[in-house]
Write a protein that binds this ligand. Structure first.
Ligand code: HEC
Ligand code: HEC
Ligand code: HEC
Ligand code: HEC
Ligand code: HEC
Ligand code: HEC
Ligand code: HEC
Length: 402
């Protein structure tokens, strides 16, 4: 009897252990069986995981939980006024967050925050309705520490009808499945007009994760789990073996603006791919174009002499791909000086600025903060447009330096 009991306990324990093991083996990534999911990388790449996990890339989209959501929900800080009778109020109700439209004090429409976009300077949100996401009319901006109109939205009318399509997710997430239907055909070009009509919330992989940049890694994980002594990476694209253009392309797929002339979905891009297979024109190639500071770092950088005249400069010259942009401006000066050793400013510049200021602030003068022309927003009860300001990647000599 006692023996049976022990046997029974052992069987249960074994069943339990194998089921645990199976559970991690059986993780199904919405992208398919080639993908392992970021959690599986921790055991072997703790350093990369720990920095990347806290990066803006990982939070480029996130579920609208209390921890992730930015902006105020307390009285006095949670209202956007459209006119004397109409206001939008940000409210928390039973752990769900809403934007609620009131007319003459009566609630007329309420939509929940479901998907969040961004964390660094601003956060825009979307709600799910009939298998599609729609942008909420008011967003949170860190520069104001307050709510203001979502970019391009009216300060006098609340609009809940603007779709957030797959394009946004293709730069801000690692996956979302959608379906296209053919609505009509263009009899001149013999092409079908395709309209996206359905997105599946269960297929979202939030944020830009490890495999979004490194490509599917299930085989890599399997191989290294099976052969723990292997020290050379198996079954994964190595950035070390990519040429300069391929490295740039791996970032430029999302950092060279939103060119409408796209041939393939950004979601299909894998490291080593050629960007020319995705866009009809070469991103960042136009000499005289006025690229916006928002979303087009490559376009601007490519216009700089530093980039054109050096054979090595890419995004990793100044950025760790797993971490946020450093906010320590002096750290960039060291990078500038690695190419510009012994830089001599002319007498006029040296006279007005001390040597130590010059040495530590290259970026302040040569990559100045610049207003975006693409993104503007309006605070409640304010006629003025607020500007969205980022540092330009066009490294150059600016007249404001004088
Ligand atoms: C069981 C251990 C293990 C797991 C799990 C694992 N890796 Fe690796 N990985 C390695 C080893 C070993 C190397 C080679 C040594 C190194 O570069 O750290 C490597 C190297 C890499 C490299 C560098 C390749 C190169 O040559 O430049 C990348 C990128 C990478 N892994 C990505 C991932 C991703 C993404 C995941 C999760 C989906 C993951 N790894 C999970 C063991 C593992
Ligand atoms: C799949 C699209 C995508 C790819 C690929 C991508 N990025 Fe990004 N990146 C983004 C988005 C979106 C943001 C803004 C995230 C946010 O704040 O919500 C961002 C933000 C950043 C930031 C600012 C983060 C901060 O908080 O300071 C840096 C720096 C950056 N990316 C560099 C790179 C580099 C370098 C590469 C290539 C190795 C790269 N990115 C590849 C989409 C991408
Ligand atoms: C924004 C794109 C991006 C994301 C997200 C990303 N990586 Fe990387 N990773 C790179 C690039 C680019 C390199 C090559 C860096 C270089 O050559 O300097 C790299 C290099 C590596 C390496 C080689 C060693 C090293 O640090 O240079 C490993 C291992 C690695 N990544 C693992 C991961 C893991 C694990 C994750 C998720 C936790 C991850 N990466 C997320 C772009 C990314
Ligand atoms: C071509 C890629 C791309 C597309 C498409 C795109 N974004 Fe972005 N977005 C970025 C990058 C890169 C950044 C961060 C750096 C910057 O502003 O240049 C960013 C920044 C943001 C931010 C501010 C994030 C922060 O942390 O401060 C929000 C909010 C945002 N995007 C929302 C959206 C929405 C909503 C859409 C669709 C209407 C969209 N984006 C489409 C690439 C893209
Ligand atoms: C990989 C090497 C490299 C790095 C890193 C680099 N530069 Fe340059 N830079 C160059 C080269 C090469 C030129 C062209 C010199 C020439 O024309 O003789 C240049 C030109 C310049 C010019 C003159 C621009 C003009 O339009 O006349 C300025 C200003 C400049 N760099 C500032 C910087 C600053 C600031 C940084 C850091 C944020 C930096 N550079 C980082 C290589 C680099
Ligand atoms: C010569 C150095 C240099 C190079 C090369 C470079 N960056 Fe940057 N990047 C910077 C600096 C400096 C900042 C601003 C940091 C700050 O002000 O906190 C920055 C900030 C950013 C940001 C955040 C913008 C914001 O304010 O939110 C993104 C995104 C970014 N870089 C992407 C890229 C991409 C993509 C590439 C390659 C196409 C690239 N960078 C190449 C120096 C560089
Ligand atoms: C206070 C603003 C300021 C700072 C800080 C600054 N520069 Fe400059 N820089 C200028 C101005 C103005 C010029 C053009 C007049 C001149 O040559 O002095 C210039 C010119 C240059 C040139 C072009 C010189 C030539 O002969 O064509 C380079 C390269 C350069 N700076 C690099 C740097 C680097 C690297 C740093 C950081 C170590 C830096 N600058 C810091 C304002 C600044």
């Amino acid at each position: 009897m006692k023996k049976n009991c022990i046997l029974f306990a052992v069987v249960i324990l074994l069943a339990f252990l194998t089921s645990c093991k199976n559970e991690s083996d059986n993780y199904i990534d919405p992208r398919g069986t080639d993908y392992a999911g970021s959690e599986s990388c921790i055991q072997c790449h703790k350093t990369q995981y720990e920095t990347a996990f806290h990066s803006s890339h990982f939070k480029a989209t996130s579920p609208a939980t209390k921890e992730n959501i930015l902006g105020h929900f307390t009285n006095g800080h949670n209202t956007f006024v459209y006119d004397k009778d109409t206001k939008l109020v940000m409210e928390e109700r039973n752990d769900t967050f809403y934007q609620i439209l009131y007319k003459k004090g009566k609630e007329v429409e309420a939509h929940s925050f479901d998907v969040l976009f961004g964390t660094k300077h601003a956060q825009t949100s979307a709600f799910w309705k009939d298998h599609y996401t729609y942008e909420l009319p008011v967003s949170y901006y860190k520069s104001l520490n307050s709510w203001a109109t979502s970019p391009g939205y009216s300060p006098t009318v609340a609009n809940f009808g603007r779709k957030i399509g797959k394009e946004c997710y293709a730069c801000h997430s690692s996956n979302i499945a959608s379906r296209y239907i053919t609505t009509s055909s263009d009899s001149i070009n013999f092409t079908n007009m395709e309209v996206e009509d359905f997105m599946d919330p269960n297929t979202i992989v939030y944020g830009i994760d490890c495999e979004r940049c490194h490509g599917p890694a299930k085989q890599h994980v399997r191989k290294h789990l099976k052969f723990p002594d292997l020290k050379v990476a198996q079954d994964i694209t190595s950035f070390k073996n990519l040429n300069r253009q391929q490295k740039i392309d791996a970032c430029a797929i999302c950092h060279s603006g939103n060119d409408k002339l796209k041939v393939k979905s950004r979601f299909q891009f894998k490291p080593g791919d050629d960007l020319l297979d995705y866009f009809r024109g070469v991103p960042g190639s136009e000499e005289n174009a006025h690229f916006d500071v928002h979303g087009n770092q490559l376009g601007l950088l490519a216009q700089s002499k530093c980039f054109k005249k050096s054979e090595t400069m890419d995004c990793m010259t100044c950025h760790n791909p797993h971490a946020n942009a450093s906010e320590n401006l002096a750290s960039y000066s060291k990078i500038c000086m690695s190419c510009h050793q012994g830089i001599q400013h002319n007498a006029a510049t040296s006279k007005t600025t001390s040597a130590s200021v010059l040495a530590n602030n290259c970026v302040e003068c040569h990559m100045p903060k610049t207003m975006s022309n693409a993104i503007k927003f309006q605070a409640s009860n304010n006629k003025e447009m607020s500007n969205y300001i980022l540092r330009t990647h066009k490294i150059g000599i600016y007249s404001a330096n004088k």
